[in-house]
Design a protein around this ligand. Sequence first.
Ligand code: GUN
Length: 285
Amino acid sequence: MSAKLIDGKAISAQIKDELKEKTAALKEKGITVTLAVILVGEDPASQVYVRNKKKACEYIGYNSLSYELPADTSEDKLLELVQELNDRSDVDGILVQMPLPKHIDEKKVINAIDPSKDVDGFHPVNVGALVIGEEGFVSCTPAGVIQLLKRGVPDFDISGKECVIIGRSNIVGKPMSLLMLRENATVTVAHSRTKDLEAVCKRADIIIAAVGKAKVITADHVKEGAVVIDVGINRNVDGKLCGDVDFEAVSQIASAITPVPGGVGPMTIAMLMNNCYEAALRHHR
Ligand code: GUN
């Protein structure tokens, strides 16, 4: 392996430690950051995510409120709870864990969250702010990728570089493209209909893979010395976690690469915690 390994676990820990310090300083001014987390149903993966979010709050010194509702909770009941949390001046951030049960319209729920408390950055007001370069909450995973690049490869200047993002989801691909544009990269978004993905990827100084399929990015897609960020979390046939990138082969060619697990994954919670801190600052200014 010749590539430098970008250690998401260490960078995430560093960000959480910075927030812990800043949170202690806020407490001295009488401000406690509060995140409300809502989980509907008993999806085991969601339960793990929610538990990790609560643990991160505890570590940093935030107050976390937890609402665990049965799977048959009505949409109206959930919307009522969101409204109640919107109205509470002691709540800074609201997170509704996705996916929601099928009888609940996720879009309706996201739209019901006060944009100033939308620490996921999913509300159209926050997405719109990102598009026109105004202040707002940015979706946590793409925000985490920017931190991985800036802190994990500090000598690498994003400005002017060719960046190819593979995937166009609302949560990762689209906001990722806007953030890279904000960093002055030349951005290409590739997707399932892209012709000759290999040729498109081969141009890239930075590849960000957010496809959701194991090992679709191979050595043939990567230019010598490129920086490769793997957003994918897949399970291979043995049930082992693996990314969208063929790590063994690509790490021979890339100059820096994120592992899976231990790359992008830990960054999502760190950036959520950062959004909660920013929300509290805004609510108290
Ligand atoms: N489910 C999977 N990822 C996320 C996330 O980042 N936020 C929320 N609310 N739900 C999720």
